[in-house]
Design a protein around this ligand. Structure first.
Ligand SMILES: C[S@@+](CC[C@H](N)C(=O)[O-])C[C@H]1O[C@@H](n2cnc3c(N)ncnc32)[C@H](O)[C@@H]1O
Ligand code: SF4
Length: 454
């Protein structure tokens, strides 16, 4: 990839886990009642067809990794577990009151923070409590994020017995200088142990998160981390670009200087070289920043056009309705987004008052829905089209001229209303989506809201 292309397209841009992106939500047209109405509508349309997904946010971590951009609360006090589980179950009850039938659960994903901060018996209470009020879809998929330093064999067995078959472990980088800089000392042996134990227990999809672009990280560190990862042969690898977003409250991304970060060109080389190494080991690139073996469901989803993207990242199937439980979680009814209160005390207070703790969101209009579909197509299939009426939107005329430069640079091909992102263009997929993001185009932010695209 040429240096000039990297420099030209390395701008601040969304990762498009939603459209409109969070900073562009129109809070004037949003209300809790609108959100509930959109959830009910989506439930009625989809519960018996697709079922619904649940994202449950478990925010506690015992120590702060200074690179982390997730919403978390650092504590060693495990007394926080029980009240939090009680609150999650209360929140689920409030949603169940909205539904006319028993919900059919297709997916549960436990994210964080650190789900494995919780004792296995508390996690069992949570899942049993959720399932007591629900039916299961035939091909349900349960997954969780495990921290290799504190995932025990009891965690793995408890989750397995509850029906979980997919687990992802945060690896980031194995080099000790990088690990010290990000305050996350995590020997290879810990990752090896949890990976092998998961496999022995019977998990069918084991995933590792690796990051490039971390402070003090060199190309060699990335390659070495990939070599060690390959030795454990996870089914799936998330190869994330480090998102530097120190302005977001609570990230704690202040323990190192920006001068300690690799330059955009080095970061790009880390990615390119890493991708090559992954390909040699049989990993296929899936959408943006994910790789999978041919046997993994994400690869199959890509091949069959079923790949979907939501706030959890890429998923192998789409449900129209995703409910988010827990502080900061975002729910998606397809017609709207609703985000929960981030502060734990305020979240508890809303639940004590029998109120669904959503504090902001966005209700999509027809134009938003069409653009949302185009951006999803580009992110998941590297292709979209607007020839048919269903996919035509009124502001398309403003988008087309913005595509010209991508065409000239060989990043996309456009013919007869069909846009195709080329191989060369794939690293710039976020930039291509930005051309469709009419809200971003209409109001460019004065301050940086998003991480850099490269
Ligand atoms: C909630 S954490 C995973 C579970 C557990 N807390 C752990 O750290 O192992 C989810 C993943 O998000 C990714 N992540 C967090 N902050 C990031 C950032 N600033 N840029 C890119 N990826 C990030 C990391 O790869 C991390 O493993
Ligand atoms: S990377 Fe994981 S363990 Fe570290 S602070 Fe973030 S959520 Fe917590």
């Amino acid at each position: 990839m040429s240096k000039s292309l990297v420099n030209k397209y390395n701008v601040a841009g969304p990762r498009y886990t939603s459209y409109p992106t969070v900073p562009y939500w129109d809070e004037n047209t949003f209300s809790l009642d609108n959100w509930k109405m959109s959830v009910k509508k989506s439930f009625d349309e989809s519960n018996t067809i697709d079922g619904l997904s649940l994202y449950i946010h478990l925010p506690f971590c015992e120590s702060l990794c200074t690179f982390c951009g997730c919403h978390k609360r650092i504590t060693k006090r495990h007394e926080v577990e029980s009240p939090y589980i009680t609150a999650l179950l209360k929140e689920w009850d409030l949603y169940c009151e909205l539904f006319v039938d028993k919900p059919v659960i297709k997916e549960i994903h436990l994210g964080g923070g650190t789900p494995t901060f919780f004792e296995p018996q508390n996690l069992k209470l949570l899942i049993d409590g959720i399932l007591a009020k629900s039916d299961l879809a035939k091909d349900y998929e349960f997954s969780f994020e495990g921290h290799p330093n504190n995932t025990t064999v009891e965690h793995l067995q408890t989750f397995y017995d509850l029906g979980f078959r997919r687990v992802s472990f945060g690896v980031q980088d194995y080099n000790i200088t990088v690990q010290k800089a990000i305050n996350r000392i995590q020997p290879f042996e810990n990752v090896e142990r949890v990976t092998k134990q998961s496999r022995e227990i019977g998990y069918t999809s084991i995933s590792h998160d690796i990051i490039f672009g971390l402070p003090f990280q060199t190309e060699e560190h990335v390659i070495e981390t990939i070599a060690k990862t390959k030795a454990l042969l996870p089914d799936r690898i998330a190869f994330y670009s480090y998102a530097h977003v120190p302005w977001i409250k609570g990230t704690g991304q202040r323990g190192y200087d920006e001068s300690n970060l690799p330059t955009p060109e080095i970061k790009r080389k880390q990615y390119e070289h890493g991708k090559l190494e992954l390909a040699k080991a049989g990993y296929h690139e899936i959408g943006m920043d994910h790789f999978g073996l041919k046997s993994d469901s994400l690869y199959e989803a890509m091949e069959t056009g079923k790949l979907h993207r939501n706030f959890m990242g890429y998923t192998a199937s789409k449900t129209q309705l995703m409910i988010g439980l827990g502080v900061s979680s975002i729910g998606d009814s397809w017609y709207g987004f609703g985000q929960n209160i981030k502060d734990i005390k305020t979240y508890y207070k809303a639940l004590d008052e029998d109120c669904i703790p959503v504090y902001r969101g966005h209700i999509l209009n027809d134009e938003d829905l069409k653009i949302r579909q185009h951006i999803l197509n580009i992110m998941c299939k590297f292709k979209t089209s607007w020839g048919e009426d269903d996919f035509f939107f009124t502001t398309l005329g403003g988008v087309l001229p913005k595509l010209e430069e991508f065409k000239t640079d060989g990043l996309i091909e456009v013919e007869d209303g069909v846009l195709l992102v080329t191989e060369k263009g794939r690293p710039f997929v976020r930039n291509v989506c930005m051309a469709f993001d009419v809200l971003l185009q209409a109001k460019k932010p004065n301050t940086q809201l998003f991480s850099m695209t490269i």
